[in-house]
Design a protein around this ligand. Structure first.
Ligand SMILES: [Zn+2]
Length: 355
């Protein structure tokens, strides 16, 4: 584990639509011999090929995180804002945020009426109209010196380690963990010079409806795609309905068996995990046919072989998400072994045709 690189990625601000900061970190840390391009949407694509085989394998991880955008500046200097992606306003009061302006960053705090003087009942649902951002100014003019309409906003509540060293608490683990796993696996694989056309991409705007990955698919036209993304955890005190295919923290990456994934590929991956003693969990995801990039990608072009490897995360889309460091390590190992195995398959097209 390269803890320095992991924490560098986790400290970036990358709200959907403004992912420059994390893309810069990715570009700076890709193995030097890889070819790297940034496409028209801002997706980062890297590739390495040592073969004339036209079969293309692509691994992707979205690099955007849920965030916000400045909508209006009030006369008293407070900022009104809207979500970028799916974030419940109920979880937000008291959270520190970073506003990404044209010159750099401004710190602020998402604010709400203190509990002592609230008029609403307990256990209510908040609305974005109930909240505002305070950046320490008192007039519209003063706020406008620091913030423009349309500026992107990122959660900013720090990175912490659990006392036993097993867990990390940070914003945006969905899907900065996936980006870290992608980078570490690709950098290891590239040095093995496998007989395979291997592409990887850190995609943008996933939280706005899996937008970035579609441009990547059109550009690369891959045959097989592995999506690495965070997976919702089920081992929490309050019940998660049994219809959801959740994973648990600390039990290894999830192999998603919902219909958006290729059954043959999943069975091969499961065998690889067993043979290499890599912990894994079978899951069916929390939805049958949407919500992740593999679901969007599967039906593009003439149909694409897809699977989704999910890294367990608690508190998804909250101010601090939680992960287990062992799951990160296991995910890297699994991705490396999957790609090594695929590179040795002679008739890849036939292997993955479902039946
Ligand atoms: Zn995600």
């Amino acid at each position: 584990m390269n803890t320095f690189l992991l924490e560098k990625i986790l400290h970036t601000d990358s709200p959907s639509g403004n992912e420059k900061e994390i893309i810069d970190v990715i570009k700076a840390n890709i193995y030097p011999s890889a070819k790297v391009i940034i496409d028209n949407l801002g997706n980062c694509i890297a590739y390495h090929s040592t073969t004339d085989d036209e079969y293309k394998v692509l691994i992707i991880a979205h690099c955007d995180e849920v965030g916000f955008q400045v909508v209006k500046i009030e006369d008293n200097g407070y900022i009104r804002f809207r979500p970028i992606g799916s974030v419940s306003p109920t979880y937000l009061p008291g959270s520190c945020i970073t506003i990404l302006n044209k010159n750099g960053k401004v710190t602020g705090c998402i604010s709400y009426v203190p509990i002592h003087v609230q008029s609403k009942k307990k256990n209510f649902e908040l609305d974005y109209n109930d909240l505002w951002i305070d950046i320490g100014t008192t007039t519209k003019e003063d706020t406008e010196n620091h913030v423009d309409i349309g500026d992107y906003i990122s959660l900013n509540n720090g990175l912490f380690h659990s006392a036993n060293g097993n867990h990390l608490f940070a914003k945006g683990l969905d899907n900065k963990l996936g980006v870290y796993v992608l980078l570490e696996a690709f950098n290891a694989l590239i040095q093995k010079n496998l007989p395979l056309s291997l592409y990887v991409s850190a995609t943008v705007q996933e939280e706005l409806g899996c937008r970035g990955c579609k441009a990547v698919i059109n550009k690369i036209r891959p045959d097989l795609v592995i999506v690495i993304d965070a997976g919702i955890c089920g081992n929490i005190p309050t019940q998660i309905d049994s219809k959801f295919g959740v994973v648990e923290l600390g039990k290894g990456p999830g192999i998603n068996y919902n219909p958006t994934n290729n059954l043959n590929l999943n069975r091969i991956i499961e065998n690889i995990a067993v043979e290499n003693k890599i912990p894994f969990q079978r899951t069916v995801g929390y939805q049958t046919n949407r919500g992740t990039e593999n679901a969007e990608i599967q039906t593009l072009l003439e149909g694409i072989i897809t699977t989704h490897i999910c890294i367990p995360v608690r508190n998804m889309h909250m101010s601090h998400e939680i992960c287990n460091i062992k799951d990160i390590h296991s995910s890297i190992q699994l991705i490396i072994k999957i790609i090594e195995h695929i590179s040795c398959i002679d008739n890849k097209e036939d292997t993955f045709i479902p039946w």
